[in-house]
Design a protein around this ligand. Sequence first.
Ligand SMILES: Nc1ncnc2c1ncn2[C@@H]1O[C@H](COP(=O)(O)OP(=O)(O)OP(=O)(O)O)[C@@H](O)[C@H]1O
Ligand SMILES: [Mg+2]
Length: 350
Amino acid sequence: MTEQPVLEVTGLVKHYQTGSRLGGARSVVRAVDGVDLTIGRGEILGLVGESGSGKSTVGKCVSRLTTPTSGTVKLLGRDISTLTRGQMRPFRNDVHVVFQDPFSSLNPRMTVGQIVMEPLRQHGHGNRRERIGTAAEMLERTGLSHDIRSRYPHELSGGQRQRVALARALVLGPSLVVADEPVSALDVSVQASILNVILDLQADMGFSCLFITHDLSVVEFISDRIAVMYLGKIMETTTRGELFRDPQHPYTQSLLSAAPVADPAGVRNRDRIILSGDLPSPSEPVTGCPFHSRCPIAIEKCVTDVPPLAGITAPDHLTACHLVTAESGAPDISAPINSMGGTPSVHNAS
Ligand SMILES: Nc1ncnc2c1ncn2[C@@H]1O[C@H](COP(=O)(O)OP(=O)(O)OP(=O)(O)O)[C@@H](O)[C@H]1O
Ligand SMILES: [Mg+2]
């Protein structure tokens, strides 16, 4: 029997209503538009995509900082998608969030020691002396020295603050950590040390992680598996090695070829295909494949039919693209059918 996943997201939808009741135009932002995700025990799933693709909204639905419009979010087998704030309380032990900017999520009037002890107090863990001991141990595991406990967030560096945020997120021993761009605001040299702390703690404590980032080098470093998101949908998902070895979706191929890669030996030797245009607005209705307006090889079917996310070439490599086939694998987007340059147009399959 296969082990129960820690997180199982099915058909997740989050639409925001925008516009005012006082006359402004009202519209629906389809931030997340039918997402399926599974994270196994001790697995790190990297969720990557451009700004506005819906990554943080997935994270907020999964951690129930917001209520999904529809779909299910199963945490350790229990659907938490419709639980009220009170009903959610027992699950707050199990899922914790780390944000990009720890400064705004750490209480400026509390010392570091108090910040890390707070979840223990809220959940009634041990007596005060035990809570002090647990918090100190957790801080030490994130690489912070003993004397930091009496300091306030504004006295810390960005890297130290993110370590404190990690200690607070992990002190209750959650099953799942949602990390939303946790290193994006840090200097590159500090990023690596924080990513290594996350990997060490993960190996030690065994939590699962939904790691959200727009940065391909970060997602390659940290993830076991990767899901690529575009305009509220998952375009492709597979293991880290497979995604970088054989990116199938034209969007994934464009992202990977556009990313600066530290590759002096030229092993990857990819043509650089820079994505033209911006992500379309999620408040404009889209037919067919969400990527068709920017895809260099889109065909008529891509405009009319939504491609299902399916294991076309292998059961554990899912891609939502009409042009990926079992026989020939990924399409070649560096030799587009549309070789006219400029805005990609749509072509008939023949
Ligand atoms: N509370 C909200 N009300 C209305 N629209 C929202 C709200 N939150 C997010 N959106 C919209 O939903 C879409 C997805 O936003 P989201 O923050 O999930 O994207 P993201 O992939 O995390 O982007 P980034 O990389 O910039 O953080 C965007 O168009 C955003 O403007
Ligand atoms: Mg975000």
